[in-house]
Design a protein around this ligand. Structure first.
Ligand code: HXC
Length: 510
């Protein structure tokens, strides 16, 4: 018996060493943690239960039969984050470059199947040279098996990807289908074709970092949702995110203890809106003042800053926030902001997370680049996402809500449950100047007349009361009591039940 136990220990120790001390040192020298160190940081201490530690590949080509490391380059299992179950896989770059073989893929598939069956999120820590070259089509088949599971898991359990090393070629499509992608600055990259192929085909000279580093994907492409300084920070932030999310689509998000008075009055909000309607203010100030303990977890912070998306808690319950940001492009809707917010709204709706929408929107951004880029279809994504969402929806219009953008931003007409406006709200087809120039075109040469018409228009429409008279605004509220009003609104909606007509699935304008 002792011998068997000794052998088990020996095998375990061997498996735990991955590709050996030299490769571990090389991993550390690059500022990267090992696959096991990452799991330890991600999960609650001592909570990790491993599967398939001794699985090895079955490839016999290119001398691979003599190189069969235990675990086959990926560590899989489950554990807890603040006591709540998650499944995890962590690719081990020290073992054959973390490359994906048939068996490596099957290990990942096994935990994905369990996660779907048992209703817990999957977190993938990616650090891989891609398909195992020695395996050919077997490796490709393995990837496709993972892809299929990503698709089946979508909307059933949250899926989170952290890119912590290379992720190239078709391999990028697994993270791409997950709900959130985080990247580590300077040590991770994602691209479909690398710098060498790019140079050959398009003659562009570009580094891996420029082509697919964290900065590129969080600022330009919006493929990634967040970029962090190092492995430790990235993993800590994943833990923070998981705390906001339900484990699956049948459960509500967790309710945390809160130490912030739901009725807290914020008198400073009464002067948040500047006297001059063209002057910006920081919508994040309102978000922080409404949230429990001022805590806000922002998603896609560095992309399309004209809209803000992220999570807060109200009375301890997770709420998704979508807010126009007047500080960037006057808070207008455009292609990028519509896409960003639409995906976020759909995530919230999949996972029963109520949505708070804060509106100050002058309309859609005009221009050929917007029209040629398909702003019609992209704007429709956000409209569609809000309209199909059945979760509780509370909207507060702080200032402008003009034109189609008024309709889009979770208006009453898209089944908003509570639609509040501050007294400073202006709900109209457009701003007074534009409106006057159209409906009083005959007077365009006469400045006095135009000014008088504009004043008339402002008096009539630059307020929330016309909409309130029609019931499109449920109540005009005092800015200082926004937290209390919004928290009470969501509290009244805790048992909301709304179902869309049966369909196989919708056809959102992609
Ligand atoms: C087998 C691989 C491998 C792979 C790396 N290794 N990638 N083994 N298949 N795909 C091995 C290396 O041989 C090496 O083994 C060890 O991992 C570390 O790799 P290095 O090259 O020494 O590391 P580094 O210099 O950091 O470079 C990392 C890298 C490079 C940039 C990822 O290894 C690389 O370019 N690999 C090939 C990438 C690739 O073309 N993959 C296929 C992509 S297409 P030793 O024993 O020497 O330490 C793809 C399609 C997926 O993935 C399709 C899905 C539909």
């Amino acid at each position: 018996m002792k011998d068997i136990l000794a052998e088990l220990n020996e095998r375990r120790n061997d498996a735990r060493l991955g590709g050996g001390q030299k490769r571990i040192d090389a991993q550390h020298a690059r500022g990267k943690l090992t696959a096991r160190e990452r799991i330890e940081l991600l999960l609650d201490e001592g909570s990790f239960e491993e599967f398939d530690m001794f699985v090895s590949h079955r490839c016999t080509d290119f001398g691979m039969e003599n190189n069969k490391p235990a675990g086959d380059g990926v560590i899989t299992g489950w554990g807890t984050i603040n006591g709540r179950q998650v499944y995890v896989f962590s690719q081990d770059f020290t073992v054959l470059g973390g490359s994906v073989s048939d068996t490596h893929a099957m290990k990942i598939c096994k935990i994905m199947d369990m996660a779907i069956q048992n209703g817990a999120p999957v977190i993938g820590l990616n650090d891989s040279g891609g398909a195992r070259i020695q395996e050919g089509v077997d490796a490709l088949a393995g990837y496709a098996e993972i892809f299929q599971r990503n698709i089946m898991a979508s909307g059933v359990i949250p899926q989170i990807s952290v890119i912590m090393g290379p992720c190239a070629g078709g391999a990028v499509y697994s993270p791409a289908m997950t709900d959130f992608i985080f990247m580590v600055k300077d040590t991770s990259y994602m691209f479909v074709t690398g710098p060498d192929v790019v140079k050959t085909v398009t003659n562009e000279v570009v580094t891996a970092e420029e082509l697919g580093g964290a900065s590129t994907h969080t600022k330009k492409s919006s493929v990634a949702d967040g970029a962090f300084e190092n492995d430790v920070e990235a993993l800590a932030e994943v833990r923070r995110l998981v705390d906001f999310l339900p484990l699956n689509n049948r459960e509500k998000p967790p309710v945390r203890p809160f130490f912030d008075e739901p009725g807290r009055i914020e008198t400073s909000l009464d002067t948040l809106i500047p006297e001059n309607p063209n002057q910006p203010y920081d919508m994040k100030e309102l978000i922080h003042k409404v949230a429990d303990e001022g805590d806000f977890y922002e998603i896609q912070q560095d992309f399309a800053g004209n809209i803000i998306t992220g999570f807060m808690r109200l009375e301890g319950q997770t709420v998704g926030v979508v807010a126009n940001q007047p500080m960037v492009l006057a808070g207008c809707l455009d292609i990028d902001s519509s896409r960003k917010a639409a995906r976020f709204v759909r995530f919230c709706d999949c996972f029963e997370i109520p949505i708070l929408t804060l509106v100050d929107v002058p309309g859609f951004l005009p221009g050929t680049s917007q029209e040629y880029g398909g702003v019609i279809k992209h704007g429709a994504k956000l409209l569609f996402a809000y309209g199909e969402a059945t979760v509780p929806k509370v909207t507060v219009i702080t200032r402008k809500a003009y034109g189609g953008a008024y309709d889009v931003m979770a208006s009453k007409h898209l089944r908003g449950d509570f639609n509040y406006a501050w007294p400073t709200a202006e709900i109209a087809v457009m701003g007074a100047k534009g409106a006057t120039e159209i409906i009083h075109r005959a007077d365009l040469g006469e400045a006095d007349k135009i000014a008088a018409h504009a004043k008339d228009y402002e008096d009539r429409f630059a307020n929330p009361f016309v909409a309130a008279e029609r019931g499109f605004i449920d109540e005009v509220i005092q800015p200082k009591s926004t937290r209390r009003r919004v928290a009470r609104a969501f509290a009244s909606l805790r048992n909301k039940k709304l179902e869309n007509p049966w369909k196989k699935h919708d056809n959102i304008p992609l």
